[in-house]
Design a protein around this ligand. Structure first.
Ligand code: SF4
Length: 235
């Protein structure tokens, strides 16, 4: 089966444990105002590739991949059939597989895909339901529904949230986020990621407005302060 790929990163260190091959899938139905990868949005862009050809590429890097393979995007659940075929092949080869998703879709292949997924990296974009719906056009209940499903399956999850100064860096909201996530035993990490604007030239090149272009970046110091206070790691 062919999939539409936006880009490939042969040695990624931030999308799951260890050094990983990261596959950025093309297409995303959301338009997050801080999105780092706007080039992945349009489903018609990217390059078509057979799952098996991609596995062959990944195998060349096997000696360096201390972690495994992460499927990111874009939204990988948009191409769930391809994701399933790829993960089946990767599991046959003995790789650890991670699925990086906003949890905004529920394709029919999802149960089988989760069988072949070792770790889910799930965005919970805001703890406040009203802000979640307003800023992302998606009810908080949708990714929370996936989280409940992952809890029932006892599937390891890392929850991630991009923290934007003046938007969701308030102590009250971050406390609420921790309160929302902590009861889920399947969640091994709650990671607060810093909003960055390195992606601004991508918006310019695509002639797209960068909605959060005028916001401040979150400093590393503040990020580690917030991570220490509200994030957690329990592996
Ligand atoms: S879900 Fe991810 S890829 Fe899609 S718009 Fe949001 S940040 Fe960008």
């Amino acid at each position: 089966m062919k999939g539409r790929i936006s880009s490939l990163q042969s040695l990624g260190a931030v999308d799951g444990p260890g050094l990983r091959y990261v596959v950025f899938m093309q297409g995303c139905p959301l338009r997050c105002p801080y999105c780092h990868n706007p080039e992945t949005w349009d489903e018609s862009r990217g390059e078509e590739m057979e799952a098996d050809a991609l596995v062959q590429k990944i195998l060349r890097f096997r000696p360096y991949l201390t972690g495994g393979v992460t499927l990111s995007g874009g939204e990988p659940l948009l191409q769930a059939g391809f994701a399933l075929e790829l993960f089946k092949r990767l599991k046959e080869e003995g790789f650890h597989t991670a699925l990086d998703t906003s949890g905004c879709l529920e394709p029919p292949e999802l149960p089988e895909l989760l069988e072949k997924t070792d770790l889910v990296l799930l965005d919970i974009k805001r703890a406040d339901a009203e802000s979640h719906r307003r800023e992302f056009g998606l009810p908080l209940e949708v990714p929370m529904g996936l989280l409940r499903r992952l809890e029932r399956r006892n599937k390891p999850v890392w929850i991630r949230q991009v923290v934007v100064p003046g938007v969701n860096d308030g102590e009250e909201e971050l406390r609420a986020l921790r309160g929302l996530i902590e009861p889920f035993a399947c969640v091994k990490r709650l990671e607060l990621l810093a909003f960055r604007k390195l992606c601004a030239p991508k918006y310019e090149a695509l002639s797209l407005p960068f909605p959060y272009g005028g916001k401040e970046e979150l400093s590393r110091r503040r990020q580690s302060e917030l991570q220490g206070k509200y994030g957690f790691v329990r592996e």
